[in-house]
Design a protein around this ligand. Structure first.
Ligand code: FAD
Length: 259
């Protein structure tokens, strides 16, 4: 077979392969299939393609913005209490600072007391940590990402939207009615309606666009009685960190720090 006919045959084979399961799943995944049909995604070649229809409106009882540990706990708790919940996370993995992208391990109050008196986090965090102990004995960060993903996906009342950033609150008086979100992987704009919004994003962009009072930077030591805080409030947020781990390779290894 020559190069041209190989590509022709394998391209149509791959296309058929991807069409069959999609057609079979039509009833379960009508939403995403609908969008793809409108996109004429399966067309190849130089035929004129229609403009993509990539705007969707969804309704929930509770919308949690930010899929770090705080957002995961809030979303799981809401779903378990009967609320139809969506968790919107702008990254491709859950966990926020604790994810494989940043790698701040989840420690909380563990072993803070002297003389070995045990201390543990409780609630949803402890549940997640127990799953991690069981499924991720080697404590690998990429596996931790999957433990978090499985944990959230196991909740029947909870929908997860990854790679989706909440960019703007739409208000009715002083209430948030909906959040405009952008899902980068599908290039889709979502309008998320909910009765309750919980901003766990850390940065608080949605809350800020809703008109909530906010501040950035460090507060003065007097404000919260913190002796290591600066005397006067300033605009400094937490600096960037570089996290690295070291392993003895048994021989000298070159190290080239990032510039
Ligand atoms: C270097 C470092 C060391 C730390 N060490 C410790 C420690 O030893 N022990 C400890 O208990 N804590 C520690 N912390 C703090 C700990 O990371 C935080 O308390 C914890 O991660 C906060 O979780 P969170 O869910 O509130 O926020 P985050 O982990 O920041 O999660 C927020 C998530 O929301 C997403 N997001 C942001 N904006 C949007 C948006 N508009 N739409 C959708 N998603 C959005 C972000 O991408 C992120 O994934 C440390 C933090 C850092 C940076």
């Amino acid at each position: 077979m020559d190069r041209r006919s190989f590509f022709k045959t394998s391209a149509s084979g791959a296309l058929a392969g991807s069409l069959i399961p999609l057609a079979g799943e039509a009833s379960e995944h009508t939403r995403s299939l609908g969008v793809r049909r409108a996109d004429k995604w399966h067309q190849m070649g130089s035929d004129p393609m229609g403009l993509p229809v990539r705007k969707e409106t969804l309704h929930f009882d509770v919308a949690v913005l930010g899929g770090g540990l705080a957002g995961m706990c809030a979303a799981v708790a809401a779903a378990r209490n009967g609320a139809n919940t969506v968790l919107i996370q702008d990254r491709s993995v859950l966990g926020g600072n604790s994810s494989s992208e940043i790698r701040v391990h989840v420690n909380g109050v563990n072993h803070l007391k002297p003389n070995g008196i045990p201390e543990r986090e409780t609630g949803v965090i402890e549940e997640i940590l127990l799953h991690n102990r069981f499924h991720n004995a080697q404590e690998a960060y990429p596996v931790w990402d999957h433990v978090l993903y499985d944990f959230v996906m196991g909740e029947p009342n909870l929908e997860l939207m990854l790679n989706t950033q909440a960019v703007e609150a739409h208000m009715s008086g002083s209430r948030i009615v909906s959040a405009r979100c952008w899902q980068s992987t599908t290039e889709t704009e979502y309008r998320i309606h909910a009765r309750q919004f919980i901003d766990c994003s850390g940065d608080g962009l949605l809350a800020a666009t809703a008109g909530a009072l906010y501040r950035t930077g460090r507060e003065a030591s007097k404000e919260s009685d913190e002796k290591y805080a600066p005397k006067k409030a300033d605009g400094w947020p937490m600096g960037a960190s570089i996290l690295f781990s070291a392993e003895n390779m048994g021989r000298p290894m070159p190290c080239e720090p990032p510039s």
